[in-house]
Design a protein around this ligand. Structure first.
Ligand code: ATP
Length: 301
């Protein structure tokens, strides 16, 4: 089976700075994949290369088995709507909806109309005058109604209100279930979006830190919390990703899975062991570990 995305040893440098550093990553067809990581981690750079808008400095990136760069056949299978999408002066929504099918062979006017209504996108206002959230809403219409085999959504939520975000999630899941495709979604709203993801990729400083099915993330790290003494004893010799102290209480995120011995010791010492949430994982993989976070004057890990 050909992967939807196949990235091998890919790096991208800008001058002296390495935006992507030897990334290898595959995404099977028919998955919604969360692409997560801190600001500047490399998410947009990955998407731009997958969308054929940029090229790796070394290594390869394939979409459905083909290099997307200047490749019309590959590009016809990809929808990439960026947060900073520009529209010609004087364009209104109906202009965009009229022209969009020319670039999207699978365009579906029905789903576009449903999205326009649900996201309350005005048709009389020139797009140039749209609010930040209304611009995001137009991008979402273009991305979902294209029904492209690979849909790349880079921070689709900027400025979107809570009702619009919930509506977008419902529409994405419904349309994805009826018309399976591969969706890559980057976002910093992790808790709100995680229920969408079949797969999760976490990047930091241009490197892949995690790449797994979403139900496997809970085995990547765990959190120990309790008194500073107890947590320090329990975490001795373990690979700490993140550490946080408030007064005499301490919480650490530890790489790997907690074994039964550790759980028993934690019970004895009155400490708690819990799997790291996805949000904690992204924070931990983005920290300069082990990190001391100052929470009040004089208190740090
Ligand atoms: N055209 C460019 N020229 C120079 N540096 C660039 C260019 N594009 C990206 N970078 C750098 O590459 C790194 C990765 O940027 P990228 O936009 O991929 O991050 P991101 O994960 O999408 O971040 P965010 O969550 O803030 O959107 C950053 O350090 C950025 O400054």
């Amino acid at each position: 089976m050909t992967n939807a995305i196949d990235i091998r040893s890919m790096s991208r440098t800008f001058g002296h700075s390495k935006a992507l550093d030897d990334i290898t990553l595959t995404v099977p067809p028919g998955a919604i994949c969360g692409l997560l990581g801190r600001n500047g981690a490399g998410k947009t750079t990955i998407m731009s290369i997958l969308a054929g808008q940029d090229r790796p400095s070394s290594g390869t990136a394939e979409v459905f088995g083909q290099n997307p760069f200047e490749n019309e056949a590959a590009l016809s299978k990809i929808s990439f709507v960026r947060d900073n999408q520009r529209y010609p002066d004087g364009y209104r929504l109906h202009h965009v909806l009229r022209i969009a099918p020319e670039f999207a062979p699978n365009w579906n006017a029905g789903i576009a109309a449903e999205l326009v209504e649900g996201l309350r996108i005005p048709d009389r206002t020139p797009i140039k005058k749209f609010s930040r959230g209304q611009l995001s809403a137009v991008a979402i219409v273009l991305a979902l109604a294209s029904r492209a085999p690979l849909t790349l959504l880079d921070e689709p939520y900027l400025g979107l209100d809570v009702t619009a975000r919930a509506f977008f999630h419902n529409m994405l899941l419904r349309d994805y279930t009826e018309h399976p495709r591969t969706v890559i979604l980057s976002t910093h709203l992790i808790e709100e979006s995680e229920a969408l993801f079949d797969r999760v990729v976490i990047v930091d400083r241009g490197r892949v830190r995690a790449d797994c099915d979403s139900d496997e993330t809970s085995s990547l790290a765990f959190t120990l919390s309790g008194t500073a003494d107890a947590v320090e004893r329990l975490s001795e010799g373990r690979a700490l990703l993140l550490s946080h102290t408030v007064g005499n209480l301490k919480s650490v995120t530890v790489s790997g899975t907690a074994d039964d011995d550790l759980r028993t010791q934690a019970r004895t010492l009155g400490a708690t062991v819990s799997p790291a949430t996805l949000q904690e994982l992204v924070a931990a993989f983005g920290a300069d570990a082990p990190q001391a976070i100052r929470t009040r004057k004089g208190a740090h890990a």
